[in-house]
Write a protein that binds this ligand. Structure first.
Ligand SMILES: [Zn+2]
Length: 312
């Protein structure tokens, strides 16, 4: 169901265009009731929810994936992780599944790293196990401030309340849950050391799956995703804040296909229920298609590498 309307409101949060059209989306992950109005920018293609629901918390039930508990590994395994990371950084082999992007942002193991929207801190834990020594996570939705060991702390606060500055600030699928992209980018700019990198991984509307399947797109994720940029939209906003956009790397997976097909079949997003319906060959085809989409710039998520110039 689409309702094309020209908006005269505040405009696109990424490029500022007033030309937007509206459409209605449903919550599909848990099949919760409600209809949510989104605005699609007719200029840059970015999406934003028109108004986040007042009771947004109720759309994050306990089974929501970011609430899983931290998985610690035994110390012998952490020694292997350190060796593996050195091999990856020095020889380009054994890229960690959680951090292929590290090859582009690694400078030294003492670089100060912030993970914005860190959840339980699993990624920071893995980085710590792999040799990084100065790690901080920020997330207003965790229960309390927490130390996961020396050199690795989690803070229950939004990033604009963070103290200190960083060499690398990262957001891994947290950016799209924030209402005001300009504010978070400005906070990142202020807290990033000159020459440092801001890494944002998020869904993007360049996705062929979005163009083909519209409201069934699994990463539309209404109403939790408050914003979804296009590559050009986030590029425009980042540069407006002062960043230089160095590279955009698509990193979508087979999830975009089987997740979206589940929503077309009106199924909740339960991999244990969905995946057995596919043969190994079919899932392999999805993986191959995802790789091709990434190469062609039409995968459904991407990694943005911004840097803060030494002099702005
Ligand atoms: Zn726009």
């Amino acid at each position: 169901m689409k309702t094309p309307i020209d908006q005269t409101g505040a405009g696109c949060k990424f490029c500022g265009s007033q030309h937007q059209k509206e459409f209605i989306a449903q919550e599909r992950m848990f099949r919760l009731p409600g209809s949510f109005v989104y605005q699609e920018c007719l200029s840059c293609g970015s999406l934003q929810i028109k108004e986040p629901p007042a009771d947004l918390d109720q759309f994050y039930p306990d089974q929501y994936y970011s609430f899983s508990s931290l998985q610690r590994s035994p110390s012998w395994k952490n020694i292997l992780k350190k060796i593996r990371m050195k091999l990856f950084l020095n020889a380009g082999i054994f890229a960690p599944s959680y951090g292929y992007w590290l090859g582009k942002v690694h400078r030294h193991f003492d670089q100060k790293i912030a993970d914005v929207g860190c959840g339980n801190g699993q990624l920071l834990y893995e980085l710590h196990a792999s040799g990084y020594g100065s790690l901080a996570g920020f997330d207003p939705f965790i229960d309390e401030d927490l130390s996961l060991g020396s050199g690795i702390r989690l803070f229950k606060r939004s990033f604009d309340q963070a103290e200190g500055t960083f060499d690398l600030i990262m957001m891994h699928h947290s950016f799209e849950h924030m209402e005001y992209p300009d504010q978070i980018l400005k906070a990142c700019y202020e807290k990033l050391n000159p020459g440092g990198t801001l890494l944002i991984r998020c869904p993007v509307t360049d996705a062929q799956v979005w163009k083909d399947k519209r409201e069934y797109w699994v990463q539309l994720d209404a109403p939790r995703h408050l914003i979804i940029p296009s590559v050009s939209g986030l590029g425009i906003l980042g540069q407006k804040v002062g960043f230089s956009l160095e590279e955009v790397e698509f990193d979508s997976s087979d999830f975009q296909f089987w997740g979206t097909e589940a929503y077309e079949k009106e199924l909740p997003l339960n991999p244990e229920q969905i995946l057995p319906d596919y043969s190994k060959a079919e899932l392999n085809q999805f993986k191959q298609k995802a790789l091709r989409y990434n190469q062609e710039g039409k995968g459904d998520q991407a990694c943005f590498y911004f840097t803060k110039p030494f002099r702005s």
